[in-house]
Design a protein around this ligand. Structure first.
Ligand SMILES: O=C(O)CCC(=O)C(=O)O
Length: 193
């Protein structure tokens, strides 16, 4: 046995850290949702305070959720006002499929390959233990660390679903390939703390 294995800590993340379903939505369901969200979601540009500077977040964001529910991250508040019908239908389906009562969805819009999401976990104190992420539009590469010493790469395609524990580190890197727009909807459960 190599030193590294003898000294290895037990793997922290249990089995089932993530699951990927490539064709969760049909082509037409995914197309319709993508077009509607591009047009109708209230997209915002966000800024965060980092090392004493205001930094522009490299993507657009939007959100829906139970009325009055506030999800705060990176110093920004995201207060929900309700669920449009199509998103509510998707939420019910995912709630049944994953077994988590999702009450909030964060939308990220990657306009070009220059928009990205850096490495992070989603295990803030007020977050439930599981998220469900739907991808629409251009396929983008997603990286995750389901164990302490390995990285997985998943190509997130139009209409796919990724479920993941909130303590798994993940990122969606930039790409220099010419790619179209992509929208991601991450369903979450925000709990009172
Ligand atoms: O766009 C994605 O698939 C990743 C989204 C994400 O990491 C997040 O919302 O925490």
């Amino acid at each position: 046995m190599k030193d590294k294995q003898m000294n290895a800590k037990p793997e922290i993340i249990p089995q089932g850290a993530f699951a990927h379903v490539d064709d969760y939505l049909t082509g037409s369901q995914a197309d319709e949702l993508f077009v509607r969200l591009l047009k109708a979601a209230p997209w915002r540009e966000e800024w965060i305070h980092l090392y004493g500077r205001e930094v522009r977040v490299p993507r657009l964001v939007s959100w829906y959720g139970d009325p009055g529910l506030n999800y705060r991250y990176s110093g920004n508040h995201h207060t929900a006002t309700g669920w449009p019908e199509q998103i509510e239908t998707l939420r019910s389906r995912l709630t049944e499929f994953v077994g988590t009562q999702f009450n909030f969805v964060l939308l990220n819009r990657y306009r070009t390959g220059a928009d990205y999401m850096g490495w992070h976990t989603d295990d803030e104190a007020e977050m439930g233990s599981q998220i469900a992420s739907i991808s629409l539009g251009a396929t983008r590469r997603f990286l995750l660390e389901a164990t302490t010493d390995s990285k997985d790469i998943i190509e997130l395609a139009h209409g796919s679903l990724l479920t993941m524990r909130t303590n798994v580190r993940h990122s969606l890197p930039r790409t220099s390939r010419p790619v179209g727009e992509r929208i991601n909807l991450t369903f979450r459960r925000i709990v009172a703390i």
